[in-house]
Design a protein around this ligand. Structure first.
Ligand SMILES: [Zn+2]
Length: 586
């Protein structure tokens, strides 16, 4: 956070509404004092994702993700911190401060690059509608793509020969270098030349919807049939999925995702109102893409041609997903009839029939695996042995302990051979750690302590009602104690009750944002519960001090207070006090 002053960040957050940012992706419904929805970071059927409009913080009680507006843009949309700040500042109409640590020329270079790519995409779209682009637009007509799809997905055309880019951007050396850096020009013996010539163009956007590169398809028998932008600072083929920014929200909402092989398949689906297609950029699906797919949907259908190449691609996808598989994920595989692709099926059978195929004809991943192994291994005793051996190796890549055991049994049954390796795997490697990394560093609190902190964050004026001993409540826990004492002093120094304590703490303890968001988003702590909780905290504190040995008069005082607390607890509601005896303190 070093590059922006705290007051600037504060101003940005003041002018931002986190609800607006989040409702672009998540449907939120009012629930008590917060809003609840289905978490965009993990799969769930009932909402555990809570957003506090009051405190401008979100928290998921299912997977533990939490934070403020910056955090959401970073974790959900892949912004870097400065980008998230700038995005929100710009949105709020604020001037972005420049300081020495940031390199304005670097920033300007990025901005210029995205700008060039967007302008190039627009120019290609215009060329598609020009006489020169007739061949390409006829092709799209034949494929049945409506004008809205052509516009929204940034389809275009690059004319034959060289000079299209120069015609649009001019021929200065500075511009040429910039166009080369975004992969639109290449430098040859005779100067700069267009990378894409006489091709139907597909605009490729990153997860934030920025144009980062292009795919170009030939319109005759030329080679290569598809040509993508070269790898640049902006275009990383293996990180991108075609259709991602366009379809992300639709996929989440409909809980449906189809992975197809090409751009035209994605577009054909969209043209039939199935905005659920994603495609890798002409390569096999990589691990990051696979993770992205499972983050969006727990039951994606991987759709492949029924021919040999399609089966091979399916097998590669299966190998790639094995380390990520968990019992909660239900990927399926759909093989289309030989010679067909999604586009041709949609055309002859229509969207409904395609949907039926997705639902009824797709095979579960385990079935696909067993079938694939059988096919690879061949017949007879040798075949069974090869199948067991191959399966054993593949099972080793699985990280989910339980699923691996289940699959091992399946393969042992299918081959009649006892596997060698897969048995020895330990639990240690088994758990997926990605969701627990953040939580691990945070202090552990029991239920009553958690509610106590929630009660304070929700109504900071409660700090003033606490007894003087309260400052000791968390001294056994360094990190928590520093947050808590800081909150104490902020609140004691505050002249009124309007200090936004949660936000201030989240800024001062950025690593603890998740924790603070969790407190803020808990079910409301009513006054009577809070009083009971603080008595609890106090009696725990006294017991701890008694255990550590106080002098005699202190002991008498402490014991008297304990008795008094017990009496007070009794006067508060019964169910709240019943847990007090098993509360052992920090
Ligand atoms: Zn979650």
């Amino acid at each position: 956070m070093a590059n922006f002053s705290p007051s600037f960040l504060d101003e940005v957050l003041t002018r931002t509404d986190i609800i607006e940012i989040i409702t672009r992706h998540v449907e939120l419904k009012k629930s008590g004092s917060n809003m609840m929805g289905l978490c965009p970071f993990h799969h769930e059927k009932s909402p555990s994702f809570s957003v506090s409009a009051d405190k401008q913080l979100y928290y998921c009680f299912g997977c533990g993700k939490g934070g403020g507006a910056f955090q959401f843009l970073m974790e959900h949309d892949g912004y870097a911190f400065p980008e998230a700040v700038e995005y929100l500042a710009e949105k709020a109409g604020m001037e972005i401060p420049r300081d020495s640590e940031r390199d304005p020329s670097e920033e300007a270079r990025h901005k210029r690059a995205y700008d060039l790519l967007t302008r190039a995409s627009d120019a290609m779209n215009r060329a598609l509608h020009s006489p020169a682009g007739r061949k390409a637009s006829d092709y799209l007509n034949r494929r049945g793509l409506p004008a809205a799809i052509i516009r929204d997905y940034g389809l275009g055309y690059t004319p034959a020969g060289y000079g299209f880019m120069h015609k649009i951007f001019g021929n200065e050396s500075r511009i040429n270098a910039a166009l080369e850096s975004v992969g639109l020009l290449f430098k040859g013996d005779h100067g700069y030349g267009d990378r894409f010539r006489d091709r139907l163009m597909f605009t490729i956007r990153d997860r934030r919807g920025r144009t980062v590169g292009f795919g170009g398809r030939v319109l005759d028998d030329g080679q290569p049939k598809y040509l993508n932008s070269a790898e640049t600072d902006y275009f990383h083929k293996s990180d991108l999925l075609y259709g991602f920014s366009e379809h992300r929200d639709h996929i989440r909402k409909n809980k449906q995702l189809v992975v197809v092989e090409g751009y035209m398949d994605v577009l054909a689906l969209a043209a039939h109102d199935l905005k659920i297609g994603l495609a890798p950029l002409g390569t096999a699906i990589g691990e990051r893409q696979m993770r992205e797919i499972f983050r969006l949907c727990d039951s994606p259908v991987f759709c492949f041609d029924g021919d040999r190449a399609g089966k091979q691609a399916a097998w590669r996808a299966l190998e790639r997903m094995m380390p990520l598989l968990k019992p909660e994920l239900r990927p399926r595989f759909l093989y289309l009839p030989d010679g067909e692709d999604p586009d041709s099926i949609l055309k002859t059978e229509g969207a409904e029939a395609f949907q039926k195929r997705l639902d009824n004809d797709s095979k579960q991943v385990l079935e696909t695996w067993l079938m694939g192994l059988k096919l690879l291994a061949g017949l007879g005793a040798d075949g069974r042995a090869r199948m067991a051996k191959k399966a054993d190796g593949m099972l080793e890549t699985m990280t989910d302990h339980y699923l691996r055991q289940a699959w091992r049994q399946e393969i042992e049954q299918a081959t009649g051979i006892e596997l060698k390796h897969a048995k020895r795997q330990s639990f240690v490697k088994a758990e997926d750690q990605s969701n627990h990394q953040v939580a691990a560093a945070l202090p552990e609190l029991n239920q009553r302590q958690e509610r106590f902190m929630a009660g304070l964050m929700q109504k900071p004026e409660r700090f003033k009602s606490l007894s003087t001993v309260a400052s000791q409540f968390f001294i056994d826990n360094n990190l928590l104690n520093s947050i808590y004492s800081r909150a104490f002093s902020i609140q004691t120094d505050a002249e009124d009750n309007n200090t936004d304590i949660a936000r201030q703490l989240a800024q001062e303890f950025p690593d603890c944002q998740t924790l603070i968001s969790r407190w803020v988003n808990q079910a409301t702590v009513l006054q009577v519960e809070f009083e009971s909780l603080s008595l609890d905290m106090e009696s725990n504190d006294i017991r701890r001090r008694l255990k550590n040995g106080l002098d005699l008069s202190g002991t008498v005082q402490a014991k008297t207070r304990l008795n008094a607390i017990q009496n007070l607890q009794r006067t508060l509601s019964e169910p709240l006090t019943s847990e007090q005896s098993d509360n052992t303190g920090a």
